[in-house]
Design a protein around this ligand. Structure first.
Ligand SMILES: [Zn+2]
Length: 308
């Protein structure tokens, strides 16, 4: 099994205001842990810039132009209360999308079985026409459409275990039954969407979790909602919106998962990818704001991917 890792130094140069949880140190913590001996066999690749045309797979031109023109010459400019851009944010966002698209190419060409993308900014809150929740473009959504358009994938599943609901991904695929979107997330919590009765064209599966949910109920939700939906859908590709802010140490939420839970969930998705998708699995970093919880969870997740 070959596991690839995409990252790029520019992901450290997307700046957010002082004290903001979505900060460059998150990626430094991940880089440090991925230097350990356990990861010697990871195939490391520099994230390429995306063909900008692929942004239109999920966003209209006016959204793309709005982000492009918001980029300041110096300093940091706010887009909303949580979301901001700095001079290098365009390149960072474009390379995050480029890495996701390249990862899709790699799993379809057989260069890799699975790929992890350590990038920022994250993407799952970005709706068709709205950047929000630290996100500019919806990387997972663009990569799913890239798989369909370039590689003929008929059914793509996006599994989102970030502790926040991926309102953006749900928005983009709301009426598109060729993409299954499954999310476990704390509710109530930002952004407020993700109730069980939000089902789109039958392709949206939300499994909201009450605050103070731990391992057992998380795994039960995964077994009862996410895995049966995947078994029925039989995706050609699984994309993970891999946020690690459901870790018990995370300051932004109150779900009490451990590294072992991320290891377990990764194993379940690898198993499903093996059954219907020729092992094809692409995982992209979304949230995760406690540096220790984040790095230990990424370590468990990527080690599991490498074991296949
Ligand atoms: Zn999150």
């Amino acid at each position: 099994m070959a596991t690839m890792l995409y990252t790029h130094p520019v992901f450290l140069e997307h700046m957010t205001p002082p004290g903001h949880p979505e900060r460059p140190d998150r990626l430094r913590a991940i880089e440090r842990v991925l230097e350990e001996d356990a990861f010697t066999d990871l195939v490391r690749v520099e994230a390429p810039e995306a063909d900008e045309q692929t942004l239109t797979f999920a966003h209209p031109e006016r959204h793309i132009d709005k982000i492009r023109t918001a980029i300041p010459e110096t300093g940091i400019r706010s887009i909303d209360a949580d979301t901001s851009v700095s001079p290098k944010s365009w390149e960072a966002a474009i390379r995050a999308v480029g890495a996701a698209n390249a990862a899709v190419d790699d799993v379809f060409s057989g260069k890799a079985d699975n790929v992890f993308i350590a990038a920022r900014p994250p993407g799952h809150h970005a709706e068709k026409t709205t950047a929000m929740g630290f996100c500019l473009f919806n990387t997972a959504a663009i990569a799913a459409r890239h798989a369909q358009r370039k590689h003929g994938a008929e059914r793509v599943a996006i599994v989102d275990w970030d502790v926040h609901h991926g309102n953006g991904t749900q928005d983009i695929f709301w009426d598109d039954p060729s993409v299954l979107y499954c999310s476990t997330h704390q509710m109530p919590l930002y952004p407020g969407t993700g109730a069980r009765d939000e089902t789109g064209a039958g392709n949206i599966v939300n499994a909201p979790l009450s605050p103070r949910t731990g391992s057992d109920l998380f795994r039960e939700a995964f077994r009862a909602r996410v895995l049966p939906a995947l078994d029925k859908f039989k995706p050609d590709l699984i994309i993970i919106s891999a946020g690690f802010d459901a870790h018990h140490r995370d300051p932004l939420a109150e779900i009490y998962l451990t590294e072992e839970d991320f290891d377990w969930a990764t194993g379940q998705l690898l198993d499903r990818a093996g059954k219907s998708a020729g092992n094809r699995l692409v995982s992209l970093l979304e949230g995760g704001y406690d540096l220790e919880g984040l790095s230990s969870s990424v370590s468990a997740h990527v080690r599991r991917m490498m074991r296949g």
